[in-house]
Design a protein around this ligand. Structure first.
Ligand SMILES: [Zn+2]
Length: 408
């Protein structure tokens, strides 16, 4: 297929994913529309598809109100939190030691400073969960404050461009919580000990979501697994994160429509990378527990196609026999360069299970990971995408998969 046609297809896929479908957060209607669209496209290209149903939780904010004496403070409901309506004394804690010592049961607890410097990993997030986060969560659950207010700063590396960021974003954590800026947190510190009223109209909505897995054949022999997460953070169009990844899977599916090689190619739209419980990834791991040794390579696309800079291919534990093909790829495609080792993506699931992996992203994002203010905000829209880069990645992966198909 010629470049022009691929380019046109790319534009229409991205419009569908980022504009016609208003949001793709896990559990939303848009998310189900996106997975249905993806499944339809792949099956019409002759791929055998499988939709795995996932029980998930959607969420609606509904807004939140905080008052101390006759003063109002601006707070936002933490995503996936339960709602509340409580009147209780306000107390504050800024370190793990204070959290251990203070009597907080039944009170409205302000978390700030050191303790609120980075988002706490969700309880059931198994891939990365620092000891200190687990201790904070365990102490909170044990001591049961009536509700939590967190005052957070900026943390691009972990929260993207979001400010303030929710310290807690976890549908498995049942103490109601809201969050606010550092400045508002400082204002609140002058009210410690007073009686506060907090109402959050946040609600959890049980919902369904789907992983889509497409294969050329059904058996489980040696396969190349190409993945991209199809969900987006709530309230963002998720163009670079990760509609471009999904568009690349769709273009690749078309380029490989007549593929008849001896490796099985599996194309997976994961549902949950930007969601507290990573349900699609957990389901995939469960189902493949005994089969990771058959995965000769994972190629994961996340954050690709940014208008500035080159595409970065990062290589993880690539076997000797595949190295030359990787080098040839870098030499053959002008817009692609080798990227650094970075862990925050679904390729890590495969690396942790002993599989070689390739992570495809944008060099600019890898270089500005600690300072960029785009990820998980409204700025992540189609204006920052270069479709020529998206097409080049699809062509490079098509070339690579066909090249790797020679017997060892
Ligand atoms: Zn992502």
């Amino acid at each position: 297929m010629d470049k022009d046609k691929l380019y046109q297809k790319c534009v229409s896929y991205l419009k569908m994913l980022c504009e016609e479908i208003p949001e793709r957060s896990v559990g939303s209607r848009g998310n189900r529309r996106a997975t249905r669209f993806f499944e339809n496209e792949l099956s019409s290209l002759g791929w055998q598809t499988e939709m795995t149903e996932l029980e998930v939780m959607d969420w609606e904010s509904g807004g939140a109100t905080l008052r101390v004496a006759d003063q109002s403070f601006k707070v936002l409901a933490s995503p996936y939190s339960l709602g509340c309506s409580v009147q209780a004394p306000l107390i504050s804690v800024s370190s793990l030691g204070e959290l251990e010592r203070q009597e907080i049961t039944g009170k409205i607890l302000l978390l700030h400073g050191e303790l609120a410097k980075e988002q706490l990993m969700p309880k059931n997030f198994v891939f990365y969960n620092p000891e200190e986060h687990q201790q904070v969560i365990a102490l909170l659950e044990q001591k049961q404050p009536a509700a939590i207010i967190s005052a957070t700063g900026r943390n691009a590396a972990l929260a993207g461009g979001v400010y303030p960021f929710p310290l807690i974003e976890d549908g498995d954590f049942d103490i109601p919580s809201v969050y606010t800026t550092e400045e508002e947190g400082r204002n609140l510190l002058s009210c410690i000990g007073k009686s506060a009223f907090l109402e959050s109209r946040s609600t959890r909505i049980p919902a369904k979501a789907y992983n889509i897995i497409a294969r050329k054949r059904k058996d489980r022999r040696q396969r190349i697994v190409v993945t991209a997460h199809i969900d987006a953070k709530k309230g963002t169009p998720g163009a670079i994160d990760n509609a471009t990844g999904v568009a690349i899977l769709l273009l690749l599916a078309e380029l490989l429509a007549e593929y008849n090689g001896d490796r099985i190619v599996e194309i997976v739209a994961f549902n949950g990378e930007d969601y507290y419980a990573v349900p699609g990834q957990m389901d995939y791991i469960r189902k493949n527990q005994e089969h990771f040794e058959n995965i000769m390579l994972n190629i994961n696309i996340d954050g690709a196609g940014y208008k500035e800079g080159k595409t970065a291919f990062s290589f993880f534990d690539i076997p000797q026999a595949m190295k030359a093909t990787c080098d040839d790829l870098l030499a053959k495609f002008d817009g692609i360069t080798e990227g650094i080792q970075w862990p925050q993506g679904d390729h890590s699931i495969f690396v942790q299970h002993g599989c070689p992996a390739m992570a495809v992203s944008s060099q600019w994002f890898l270089e500005h990971m600690d300072s960029q203010e785009i990820t998980h905000t409204a700025k992540d829209n189609l204006e920052i995408v270069d479709c020529r880069k998206v097409v080049e990645i699809a062509e490079a992966l098509n070339w690579f998969i066909r090249m790797s198909n020679t017997p060892d």
